[in-house]
Design a protein. Structure first.
Lengths: 77, 180
């Protein structure tokens, strides 16, 4: 307790220099933009990987079936 | 009416995007494929309502989204599905080995409110315009913009901040470059 108190007394009175500002980090617009950019990249990479996955057989079969039926709106059931 | 072959090919070409959107939205590949399948059948039955020359993908996304909201969400609630299980369900994704890198992103996506998640996926991942996304979701363009912004902010909180805290030389460099 004592050493802490001593420290407190020695602390310069610059209460307005808020330390958490640095700790929070998110207050820097540049870093925010950098983070946002990387998040966007990650999102597109994840999505892109999904679009590259092979189309399941059942969906291909469905399209073949629909095409074979040769009809679309109205006639379909 | 007779369906022109081009439409069939266009539907086929749209499937990868529809799947990516559905999987990212729902977090379950199997249910996502059910949804895509229903979307294709619904689209096929309503092809006469599709305005030739307009954006087929946007039309298909609209159908998929409407189906999801009208049926799949109800079904999901019936099975009791707290939001936390989204990440768990993602383990049933195809080729999971190749996608492990995206685990954090998927978890974070699962924590977004649904309206924000779909807006972000349409604009930020699928690359649709705000206007198309607004039409698909049946809301104003400004609403989509604000949903996308909130989604991005939330994702940054979920994913980005820890990176920001331990920014190394690379991050500082990037930040400096972006500053210019």
């Amino acid at each position: 307790m004592l050493p802490d108190d001593e420290d407190d007394q020695r602390m310069p009175r610059t209460d307005c220099v808020v330390v958490p500002l640095r700790a929070r980090g998110s207050t820097s617009p540049a870093l925010d933009r950098a983070a946002q950019g990387r998040i966007g990249e990650q999102l597109r990479a994840m999505y892109g990987a999904l679009t590259e996955a092979p189309i399941p057989e059942r969906l291909l079969a469905l399209l073949d079936r629909l095409e074979a039926s040769g009809t679309g709106a109205g006639d379909d059931r | 009416m007779t369906v022109e072959p081009a439409i069939r090919d266009a539907l086929l070409a749209a499937v990868p995007s529809l799947r990516a959107f559905a999987i990212s939205l729902i977090g379950d590949a199997h249910r996502a494929d059910d949804l895509v399948q229903d979307t294709i059948m619904r689209a096929w039955a309503n092809l006469d309502r599709f305005e030739r020359g307009t954006n087929l993908n946007a039309w298909l996304f609209t159908i998929l989204r409407n189906l999801f909201h009208s049926e799949y969400r109800k079904r999901r609630r019936e099975v009791e599905d707290p939001e936390g299980s989204y990440a768990g369900r993602l383990r049933t994704m195809p080729e999971q080995g190749a996608h492990l890198d995206f685990e954090d992103m998927r978890k974070a996506l699962g924590k977004l409110p649904l309206d924000q998640r779909e807006a972000l996926l349409l604009v930020g991942a699928e690359g649709l315009s705000y206007e198309d996304a607004a039409e698909i979701c049946g809301v104003a363009v400004g609403t989509i913009k604000s949903r996308v912004n909130r989604a991005r902010t939330r994702l940054a909180q979920l994913l980005g901040l820890k990176d920001v805290e331990d920014f190394g030389p690379d991050r500082v460099t990037k930040a400096a470059l972006l500053n210019d």
